[in-house]
Every structure is written in structure tokens, then in C-alpha cells.
Design a protein around this ligand. Structure first.
Ligand code: CA
Length: 411
């Protein structure tokens, strides 16, 4: 259910105030008590608050009423969203742009220049953005993207950069921290998310590039979760750190198309989200050195209905924490850690592209015990979900008129 209580166009406000003014004057003639007119005026102002400039929808959920505020539209396939310590947002667009947006005065006037060269084709382009926890001191951000290689090929890459402290925002000291060695012309399955772990390392999710066997090759970083130091080094406690049994950057293997990653605040553990084929979208909690099964095991089938691999279970391969069949096409993953909607604390939120909804998963003792689906069809394809220090849950939608949405408790 969705309503729109506050269109609050200036001319409408003026019109309403005009009616009240007329009624006020008439009140003297017909002797309507002034306090009644004051009550009417207050009621109207409550419905049309002067400060609300953005469209706001109200939704009933299983755990109460929430608001969804349309903060900014007109984005071209936005992919990743991050918040700086001063409350400004960074939003990437897959075609290769990034903007700094002040949610209190949202415009697309401040494009961040100096981005890495990005390969824009199919699912490829500029993907995720993350802010270093020490940004206030080091002004550092991390980007994942499709990096061009020779002869029309591309692979997933991770870069760090600093945002210029003065003037229009520009990236400085751009450094490639990870670059996929085997680049191909395939236009699908780059990934990718980057998230900063509590120990200061970076988790980077890399998809299988549409070549399934790559996800089972521990020497190939495609189809894996990687763990990289902030300067592009190898954490000494990575499972294949010495390179003898796999790529030193690999944390876990057997992943397909990983478009969500989040750290659980209560435990510091990494959770990820990946697309299956036809069915078999998964939530995983990747543990060090483990194999998450793709394409040997899956809860999905090929798009033509034929079987994938060997079934749903196999010794030595990990089970997902949750799966969807049929596929919702999940993208964006966040543990809600805000103050705005206390009843959602610790819940895991998943955006859905194909099913155009937000999924709320209840986690208990490391297991998914319940799911609520909300906003179905209301906002289109949801690409990213974030819980930011301002206390709200933030969403971006995937279209050529993509939006930034802010979810808060009902006021
Ligand atoms: Ca799996």
C-alpha cells in the first residue's frame, strides 16, 4: 500500500492557505469560533508540512508503518551508494559517472571527476563505492568497476582514491588494488561489491564472468570473494596466501554473480548475495577458504530448464543461508543498524531487480529464520540497499531514471 500525503507544491500550499484565509475572514461573519479555524489550519499544515519538499510514500509493513522519501531522481542506472562522514552521499552510475549529493539539497551538480577508465557494456561499467572508516582523516574511497583490457576484453577491478579536499570533487592518487588477470569479451557477471571489514581489510566480490568453471578454479579470482589490504596487498592470513593452492587474494570460491556484500554489525562477519540462474539466488555467509558450490551445486536450473551440476548438496560444498526459487534477482545487501526503525535492528535487507521489491530477513544465531517482502512493484528494480549512520535505510533503483530513496520510521 502506498499513499502520498505531501505533494506540497508551492502553488497548492498557497491555494490552501488562501482558502483558510477566506474562511478566517468568513468566520467573523458566520461566527465560527476562531479556535475551530485554527484547528483546521493546523490539520492542513500537518498534512502539507512546509519543510517537506520531497515526495513521501507511507507503507504498512509487518513491523509497523514506514516512510519512503524520494530524495533524488534522474540518475542513469545508479549502482552503488555510500555516505561520507558529513552526511553527503556518493552515488555511482554504471555508465561511468559518480556524483556527490547533499541529501538536504539534492542535485546532480557535483560530479566527481578523475574516475578510472571504465568498460561500459552489458552488465559492465562503474559498480560499487565504499568509504574508508577513516575518511575524515584520509579522504579515501574504494571503487569496483569493469576494467578494459586488450582487444575489447574486460575484467573486474578494485581501486582506491582520495577525494580532493577543496573545490569541485575530484579523485586523486588513484591506485588499482586488484585487477582480474584473465579478461574476456563477455558482457556479464562482473560483480561486484567492496566492503571494509572490521580488521581494516577489504572484501571484494567478483562474479564468474559467465564462465562457470572459473568459479571452481582457486587460481582464478573470477567467481570468488577476495580479501585485499587497503594498499592492494595480500593479508597474511588469507587461505591461499602463499599461492601454492590458489590465488593469494581469494577468501572463498564457488560464487556466481555476487551483487551484495555486508558486514553483520553484531558479529563482524561477512554476508553476501548472489544470483542463481533460473532459481537458486543465494544469501551466503562466506567463511575462510570454503567453497560455495557454483556450478557444482545449485537450487536453480539452466534458463532452458536443464539441470545444473550435481544437485543441491555435495560433501565439501557449503549450503546457502537462504535461497530464492523462483529468482528474485537480488542486488544490494545491508544489515539495518539505524535508530530510525528500531524494530528492524539487526535485520538483513536485500534489494530485488526482477521482482522489484525489498526483502527483510530476520537472522537468529547466524541463520535466516524469516522473510518479509515489501514495496513490491512500487519503485522498480532495486539495485542497492544501505544502512547509513544517519539512521535511515537507503535504496537506489535501477533504470535510466533511477532514484535515491530514504526509508525512515513514520513520523
Ligand atoms: Ca552456492
Amino acid at each position: 500500500m502506498s499513499t502520498d500525503p505531501s505533494p506540497s507544491l508551492p502553488q497548492e500550499k498557497g491555494h490552501i492557505l488562501g482558502i483558510v484565509e477566506t474562511a478566517w475572514k468568513r468566520g467573523f461573519k458566520v461566527q465560527v469560533p476562531k479556535f475551530v479555524l485554527v484547528q483546521i489550519l493546523l490539520a492542513i499544515l500537518a498534512v502539507f508540512p512546509a519543510s517537506a519538499e520531497n515526495k513521501i510514500d507511507i507503507h504498512e509493513t509487518e513491523l509497523g508503518r514506514v516512510q519512503v522519501e524520494h530524495v533524488l531522481g534522474g540518475l542513469d542506472h545508479p549502482w552503488g551508494l555510500a555516505m561520507l562522514p558529513d552526511g553527503k552521499l556518493l552515488v555511482t552510475e554504471r555508465p561511468g559517472a559518480m556524483y556527490m549529493v547533499d541529501p538536504e539539497n539534492p542535485t546532480l551538480d557535483r560530479e566527481v571527476k578523475g574516475l578510472p577508465r571504465v568498460w561500459v557494456k552489458g552488465q559492465g561499467g562503474l559498480l560499487d563505492v565504499a568509504v574508508d572508516p577513516d575518511f575524515a582523516k584520509n579522504r579515501t574511497i574504494y571503487l569496483t568497476f569493469s576494467e578494459p583490457g586488450p582487444a575489447g576484453t574486460a575484467g573486474t577491478a578494485l581501486a582506491s582514491a582520495q577525494i580532493s579536499p577543496v573545490g569541485l570533487p575530484r579523485l586523486q592518487n588513484l591506485k588499482i588494488l586488484y585487477s582480474m588477470k584473465l579478461k574476456t569479451k563477455n558482457v556479464i557477471h562482473f560483480g561486484s561489491r567492496v566492503t571494509v571489514a572490521p580488521d581494516g581489510t577489504l572484501f571484494v566480490t567478483v562474479s564468474d564472468r559467465g564462465r562457470r568453471k572459473r568459479a571452481q578454479d582457486p587460481f582464478d579470482t573470477a567467481g570468488s570473494v577476495l580479501r585485499v589490504t587497503k594498499d592492494g596487498g595480500i593479508p597474511s592470513d588469507n587461505p591461499f596466501a602463499d599461492g601454492k593452492n590458489g590465488s593469494p587474494l581469494i577468501w572463498s570460491i564457488g560464487h556466481r554473480s555476487v551483487q551484495g556484500a555486508a558486514i553483520e554489525p553484531a558479529t563482524g562477519e561477512l554476508w553476501t548475495l548472489e544470483h542463481g540462474a533460473k532459481g537458486g539466488d543465494e544469501v551466503n555467509r562466506p567463511e575462510i577458504g570454503r567453497n560455495y558450490g557454483w556450478p557444482t551445486i545449485s537450487y536453480g536450473v539452466n534458463y532452458d530448464g536443464t539441470k545444473i551440476g550435481e544437485g543441491t548438496h555435495k560433501e565439501g560444498l557449503e549450503q546457502p543461508k537462504h535461497y530464492w526459487d523462483p529468482s528474485i534477482a537480488p542486488s544490494g545487501l545491508a544489515f539495518y543498524d539505524g535508530s530510525e526503525i528500531p524494530q528492524w535492528q539487526g535485520n538483513l535487507f536485500v534489494g530485488a531487480l526482477k521482482f522489484q521489491l525489498l526483502s527483510r530477513l530476520t537472522i537468529k544465531d547466524g541463520e535466516v529464520v524469516a522473510e518479509e517482502q515489501m514495496f513490491e512493484g512500487e519503485y522498480g528494480r532495486i539495485r542497492d540497499v544501505r544502512s547509513f549512520p544517519d539512521g535511515a535505510l537507503w535504496l537506489i533503483t535501477d533504470s535510466d531514471e533511477g532514484e535515491i530513496l530514504r526509508v525512515t520510521g513514520d513520523k
